[in-house]
Design a protein around this ligand. Structure first.
Ligand code: FES
Length: 344
């Protein structure tokens, strides 16, 4: 080999030891980087899907399965991901994926029917199999970070993003515990999927069997040492737990309804194109106030991340919300002063 040193000149046993060492180092680096880095959010894209199954998951919850119209694998997703679903009416709604990420043939969601809501859940409950829908995503807004121990807290339909996390924790051999609360046992969706993993790690806690909703102390009872807490449910439950989390525990939460307005101030919104003003109360959102005079105003997530309600600001300063400069997310942002003028 003309003096050049190549693999053929290295003794096979030494070569194998070197390869093993390189593989071990790269695996260590990959594990370390996966632990630090949440899953990368998927790009925006439109997916043509079709409803393939609708089934009752709890007293007022249906589970819906979607697939590609001609079959075939769907884009990868991670626990905590959600889809933007464009319903046949044109409504856009966000739903957490609650199936198994390893099942590339289908996406599954579960939706509680809210009779006096904005209509999205009622429409989902009425979707017959065979209905075509468009989905955008999946996007991961609530990523699961790799930890040795977890406490998962789910309030009612809040189990949907939590369930794939529980599966992932169980598959990794992590120490995990799940508390699933709701008004009564029949209203708790997807419970067999969780209890089948390990019934000794799951506490189903219906309010009617315990004299009312749990306190934060109830939910955090038996918190494993150093466990990360993942919580999804009604805003009061999330806020109560957030305030009670002991030091040394990471807390991650996703709500399925608008955030509570805490410590807000009232202010005035002027609608430049429609004319007139609306008053935003200390504990209400701009979106709710504007809806009272403009019920056709576009919105979707009501949590500040989808961008549907963003509106140009013509005068005044905005506080909060993640919108482009000069815009306001009506669902979560507030005026920094006493008045803001919107291009509405
Ligand atoms: S409704 Fe989604 S950002 Fe406001």
């Amino acid at each position: 080999m003309n003096g050049s040193r190549d693999a053929a000149e290295v003794r096979p046993d030494r070569l194998m030891r070197r390869i093993d060492a390189v593989v071990a180092v790269s695996e260590r680096l990959a594990r370390r980087s996966a632990r630090r880095r949440p899953p990368v959010a998927a790009v925006h894209r439109d997916l043509a899907l079709v409803v393939t199954e609708v089934r009752q998951e709890a007293s007022d919850v249906v589970g819906v399965r979607f697939a590609r119209p001609g079959g075939g694998p769907l884009p990868v997703w991670h626990p905590g991901a959600h889809l933007d679903l464009v319903l046949p009416s044109g409504r856009v709604r966000q739903y957490s994926l609650c199936g198994d990420p390893a099942d590339r043939a289908a996406y599954r969601i579960a939706v509680r029917r809210i009779a006096d809501g904005a209509g999205g859940s009622v429409e989902v409950h009425a979707l017959p199999p065979g209905t075509p829908v468009t989905a955008r995503g999946p996007r991961t807004a609530f990523p699961l970070v790799s930890e040795p121990a977890y406490l998962f807290l789910a309030g009612g339909i809040g189990i949907t993003p939590i369930l794939p996390m529980v599966r992932a924790a169980a598959a990794r051999g992590a120490d995990w515990r799940l508390v699933h609360t709701g008004r009564d046992r029949a209203s708790l969706p997807l419970t067999p999927a969780a209890t089948d993993l390990d019934p000794t790690r799951v506490w189903l806690r219906p309010d009617d069997g315990h004299g009312g909703p749990p306190t934060a102390a109830d939910l955090l009872d038996g918190l494993p040492a150093g466990a990360a807490i993942y919580c999804c449910g009604p805003p009061p439950m999330i806020e109560a737990v957030r305030r009670a989390v002991p030091a040394g525990h990471a807390f991650h939460a996703e709500r399925f309804s608008p955030p509570l307005v805490l410590g807000g101030r009232p202010f005035t919104v002027e609608l430049a194109r429609r004319g007139g003003t609306v008053e935003v109360p200390a504990d209400g959102s701009v979106l709710e106030a504007v809806q009272a005079v403009a019920p056709d105003i576009a919105f979707s997530c009501r949590q500040g991340f989808c961008g549907t309600c963003h509106v140009r600001v013509l005068a005044g300063q905005v506080a909060g919300g993640h919108s482009a400069p000069g815009e306001m997310a009506l669902c979560v942002a507030r005026a920094a002063g006493d008045r803001v003028v919107l291009d509405l």
